[in-house]
Ligand binder design. Structure first.
Ligand code: PLP
Length: 399
């Protein structure tokens, strides 16, 4: 019998929606014109890019289509925003981010530190919530940029972006705020105007568009230099012939995601909560790493004490279940994730922490099946754990 795939790794990437693929197809074949060309054959591809830009503008509630720049991915959006802002403000040498950012921000900040910037990395508490007092204290007259993720990819914990923006602007109204919104896209509404955000990045493949396309919102009062220098595309902010089919796909995905926001908040959340509650109830050494923190509806991060997360993943994989430990980039290495380390997850649970992330395609049957196999897998791994005395003590404690 063929093994059924159960995909619970939607924070790593998502399945392309059939309607997205359908919308993209003509732009690979009959409508292949370069959208910058002036002949009438290029009208359709030109119009398609314009239409997609309008959809992304609406999706983010931007004021103007000119504020949307198409990029190749979330990493490019972040690099463009951060380098772009700093190049325009060369006299300012202080920048701020958090300890739990995705590597596309964290590694860039470390590079900037080597280039002479003074950097503050803001911490989180045990639930993964940002230390807002530390952020407020860190901002000074010399702060060019604050880069903060909207929700964390490993824990799903949402940072209060409106409040963060208020803090940033009240401390220094010239400081720019870049928000990496890759992990909230399609999960909660985004409103760049209400939250008073200067720059915000998204990535298509996290909300059912393909890999290889992203967008950057830059509000009309914020100046940036381009990261990719060349032609005049994207109003001179990002050179390179537009990836028309993928841009069309991301526009369609944004439109569909808007219609699904309510489903995410209710049904996806219900299934996530059901799976999480069942594991926490039936597995004696399980702990929810995020406590009561506010999270996106699809993500749970659970630590299993005294066992190895990679082994859990392999056992799940044998049953066709896809999950991950840490971010996709760090899994495969046995280093505990920088996010869980920043949260001070106890060493007994940090190596045994895994992330399950659902999507609109996750079914109740899948959730019930995954919940049913967990106790057996964890029991097997407890039996081969070198920490038998500690496990016995924990078993008694939680009985
Ligand atoms: N930011 C966050 C929070 C992410 O989770 C990811 C991808 O996992 C990225 C940025 C990078 O996005 P991309 O893979 O499109 O470069």
């Amino acid at each position: 019998m063929e093994k059924k795939l159960i995909y619970l790794d939607n924070n790593a990437t998502t399945k392309v929606d059939d309607k997205v693929l359908e919308a993209m197809l003509p732009y690979f074949s009959s409508e292949y014109a370069n959208p910058s060309s002036i002949y009438s054959f290029a009208k359709n591809s030109n119009h398609a890019v314009k239409e997609a830009r309008g959809k992304i503008k609406d999706f983010l509630n931007a004021a103007n289509e000119k504020e949307i720049i198409f990029t190749s991915c979330g990493s490019e959006s972040a690099n463009t925003a951060i380098r772009g802002v700093l190049n325009m403000n060369k006299n300012k040498r202080h920048i701020i981010t958090t300890k739990v950012e995705h590597p596309c921000v964290l590694n860039l900040y470390q590079t900037l530190e080597k280039e002479g910037y003074s950097v503050d990395y803001i911490g989180v508490n045990a639930n993964g919530e940002l230390d807002l007092a530390q952020l407020e204290e860190a901002i000074n007259y010399d702060t060019a940029l604050v880069s903060v993720m909207y929700a964390n990819n490993e824990t799903g914990v949402i940072f209060p972006i409106e409040k963060i923006s208020e803090i940033v602007k009240s401390k220094n109204k010239e400081t720019k705020l870049f928000v990496d919104a890759v992990q909230v896209t399609g999960k909660i509404p985004i409103d760049v105007q209400a939250a008073n955000i200067d720059l915000l990045g998204i990535s298509g493949h996290k909300f059912h568009a393909p890999k290889g396309v992203g967008a950057l919102y830059v509000n009309s009062k914020t100046m940036i230099t381009p990261l990719i220098i060349g032609g005049h595309q994207e109003r001179g902010k990002r050179a390179g012939t537009e990836n028309v089919p993928y841009i069309v796909g991301m526009g369609k995905a944004a439109e569909i995601a808007t219609d699904f926001l309510k489903y995410e908040a209710t049904e996806v959340k219900r299934l996530r909560d059901k799976l999480e509650a069942s594991i926490l109830k039936n597995v004696f050494n399980a702990r929810l790493n995020t406590g009561i923190a506010n999270r996106v509806p699809n993500t749970t991060n659970i630590g299993f004490e005294y066992i190895e997360g990679e082994l859990i993943l392999l056992h799940l994989s044998d049953l066709g279940i896809c999950a991950s430990s840490g971010s996709a980039c760090t899994s495969g290495s046995l280093e505990p994730s920088h996010v869980l380390r920043a949260m001070n997850v106890p060493f007994t649970a940090i190596h045994g922490s895994i992330r399950l992330s659902l999507s609109k395609y996750t079914t109740e049957d899948e959730v019930d099946y995954v919940a049913s196999v967990f106790p057996g897998i964890i029991e097997k791994l407890c039996n081969i754990s070198p920490y038998q005395d500690e496990l016995d003590a924990l078993r008694k404690l939680r009985a």
